[in-house]
Design a protein around this ligand. Structure first.
Ligand code: AMP
Length: 304
């Protein structure tokens, strides 16, 4: 089944307790499409970059089977830039700088060839743009999933609440769930957020795993305890790409299959954090992914 991802393609500058990078390639849609590429061959991207964005990176996405027909390159303009600094626990970070650049006037054009996508991933970008994408898709996809962050809750809460009414699955982290619901208890927060629109909610808890909520059902998938966590940037997006990529490849949106998808998403995220940026999720093999998924099965399986 075909997947359409809309979101940021960016330059990032990162600082973790283990080191610092100059500008490297990042962006929510970069991580999502790379991660999803291991599951679905029909993997379509809508995003915008400036003419400073390296051609070899576009080629790398294409080599991963990503259709870049919807990647707009704006002549004379600069690519979105984000820089972040991680605290010592690597679970929390501060945004040091955001330069919206081309994202400021992002006017997403959905190529005709993408119009019949069955799975839609609205990656992190302004909620008004996410809603615009939904309005520009002529046929409602089978599943619409949205990722957002506290930045948009601070400056565009009304727009966010408006688009939440239109989606099926929301992914946010625990801190964002608490801000959005105004409740500390994640169980109660989940109820409040699902009443805002999405029937399914995923709350990511970094190294403490992820919770999947739907109606009264709840499922938990741990994160793999790794010996080395180098850089958590993009882990949430890589998780989302693995999750929706798996759903698209199996074309099954039941709660039981979403449980499996959460494990695949978590396995992909566990690769992402092992190196800086997207380095570790480029050129993975199916054998590596299957072995990693089995580690999750071993980690969480028990009998009583
Ligand atoms: P994650 O670590 O999964 O939350 O995603 C990190 C990625 O999100 C980075 O590569 C950034 O380029 C991108 N990002 C950060 N802030 C924003 C924003 N306000 N809008 C769109 N993308 C962003």
């Amino acid at each position: 089944m075909s997947l359409l991802t809309v979101g940021s393609v960016a330059f990032d500058a990162l600082e973790t307790p283990f080191g610092k990078t100059d500008k490297i390639i990042g962006g929510a849609a970069t991580y999502i499409t790379l991660s999803a590429s291991y599951f679905t061959a029909d993997n379509n991207l809508v995003a915008v970059v400036g003419d400073d964005f390296p051609e070899e990176m576009i080629r790398l996405l294409q080599e991963h089977g990503v259709n870049t027909e919807g990647l707009e390159i704006k002549e004379g303009e600069k690519t979105f830039f984000w820089s972040g600094k991680y605290h010592n626990d690597m679970n929390s970070r501060d945004t040091v700088e955001v330069q919206l650049n081309v994202m400021e006037k992002f006017d997403p054009v959905i190529p005709d060839s993408y119009q019949d996508c069955q799975y839609l991933m609205l990656g992190n970008t302004a909620p008004a743009i996410q809603q615009m994408v939904l309005e520009r898709i002529t046929k409602r996809p089978k599943l619409v999933m949205l990722d957002t962050m506290n930045f948009w809750m601070d400056i565009a809460m009304d727009d966010l609440k408006s688009v939440l009414k239109l989606i099926d699955v929301l992914t946010i982290n625990d801190e964002e769930a608490r801000i959005l619901s105004g409740d500390y208890s994640l169980r109660r927060a989940a109820k409040t957020i699902m009443a805002m629109g999405p029937k399914t909610l995923i709350i990511k808890k970094g190294e403490h795993g992820a919770l999947l909520f739907q109606g009264d059902q709840v499922f938990f998938c741990p994160a793999l305890p790794l010996e080395e966590v180098f850089d958590p940037t993009g882990a949430g997006d890589t998780f989302a790409g693995g999750f929706i990529g798996y759903l698209a490849s199996t074309d099954d949106i039941s709660f039981d299959n979403m449980k499996r998808a959460i494990v695949y998403g978590s396995a992909m995220a566990s690769f992402c954090v092992e190196k800086f940026g997207s380095e570790r999720i480029v050129g993975l093999t199916q054998e590596e992914i299957s072995a990693r998924v089995q580690e999750f099965v071993q980690l969480a399986h028990f009998q009583i």
